[in-house]
Design a protein around this ligand. Structure first.
Ligand SMILES: C[S@@+](CC[C@H](N)C(=O)[O-])C[C@H]1O[C@@H](n2cnc3c(N)ncnc32)[C@H](O)[C@@H]1O
Length: 217
C-alpha cells in the first residue's frame, strides 16, 4: 500500500477493479516477490482508460520491466496498433516479450532493448500516448524530446511524480528514497507544470501520476 491514499481507500479501490486476467495477476505476483517497481492495477486501469480515451494506435513506453504496464496499455490498442516499449535490462526485456506473448498481444508490441536516452533519438513519432516510467533522473532530460514525439492532443503520462510524498519537503520526518531521485522528480514536476506545450494535472493515485495533454495550437 502507498502512503498518499489511506490504506482503507486503496483497499476499496482494489475491490472495484478485481478482474485483470490471469497473466496480469501472475506478473504482479511475481513482481511483488522480486520487489520489482511495477505499477499496480489501479494505475494500470488508468493507463488503459487514457489510451482508450485518445483512441491510441501508437503508444511509447519508457521502462518496460516485465511488461505489466505494457499489457494494460497494449490491451487498449486496436488490431494493427503498436506499443513501442524501451528497456535497458536484457533479462527483463526477454521476460516481457514472453509475457506479451502469454497475453496474446505480441503482434502489437515491440520491446526495444537499450538505453532510452539514446534510443529516443532514433524513435519516430507521432505517438498518441507516451508513458514515462523509466529512470527518474532522466525524466527532465527526456521531457522536450517526448513532447516533440507526441501528436497534438496526445497524452504524456508519468508515474511516481509524488514519490511517496517525498517531493513535499518535510512530508516524512526521515526520507527513505534516493535524494537525487527525489530532487529530479521535484524538478520534473515544476518543468511539466510550466511547459508551454502541455496542460497538466496530477492524480494522487498510488505514487502519483501526472497526465499532460499536448496543446493543439
Ligand atoms: C519502474 S520500472 C518500469 C515498470 C513498468 N513500467 C511496469 O509498471 O510494469 C523502470 C524500468 O526502467 C528501466 N530503465 C531504467 N533506466 C533506463 C534507461 N535509461 N533506458 C531504458 N530502460 C531503463 C529499468 O531497468 C526498469 O525495468
Amino acid at each position: 500500500m502507498g502512503v498518499i491514499v489511506p490504506d482503507a481507500v486503496e483497499r476499496y479501490l482494489a475491490t472495484l477493479n478485481r478482474s485483470h486476467g490471469a497473466v496480469l495477476d501472475d506478473i504482479a505476483r511475481a513482481g511483488a516477490q522480486r520487489n520489482l517497481p511495477l505499477v499496480d492495477a489501479e494505475v494500470g486501469a488508468l493507463l488503459r482508460v487514457l489510451a482508450t480515451a485518445v483512441s491510441a494506435t501508437r503508444i511509447l513506453e519508457i521502462g518496460t520491466a516485465t511488461g505489466y504496464s505494457g499489457i494494460w496499455l497494449a490491451g487498449a490498442l486496436p488490431p494493427g496498433g503498436s506499443l513501442f516499449t524501451l528497456e535497458m535490462d536484457q533479462d527483463r526485456a526477454r521476460e516481457a516479450r514472453e509475457n506479451f506473448t502469454r497475453a496474446g498481444l505480441a503482434d502489437r508490441v515491440n520491446v526495444i532493448v537499450g538505453d532510452a536516452k539514446l534510443l529516443l533519438a532514433k524513435v519516430s513519432g507521432p505517438f498518441d500516448l507516451i508513458f514515462q516510467d523509466g529512470d527518474k533522473q532522466l525524466y527532465t532530460p527526456m521531457l522536450d524530446r517526448l513532447v516533440s514525439l507526441l501528436r497534438p492532443g496526445g497524452l504524456l503520462v508519468t508515474d511516481n511524480v509524488l514519490w511517496d510524498g517525498e517531493v513535499v519537503p518535510g512530508f516524512l520526518p526521515k526520507p527513505v528514497r534516493n535524494e537525487k531521485d527525489t530532487r529530479a522528480i521535484a524538478e520534473y514536476n515544476q518543468r511539466v507544470a510550466s511547459h508551454p506545450e502541455l496542460v497538466t494535472a496530477v492524480v494522487p493515485l498510488r505514487d502519483g501520476v501526472s497526465i499532460s495533454v499536448k496543446r493543439s495550437g
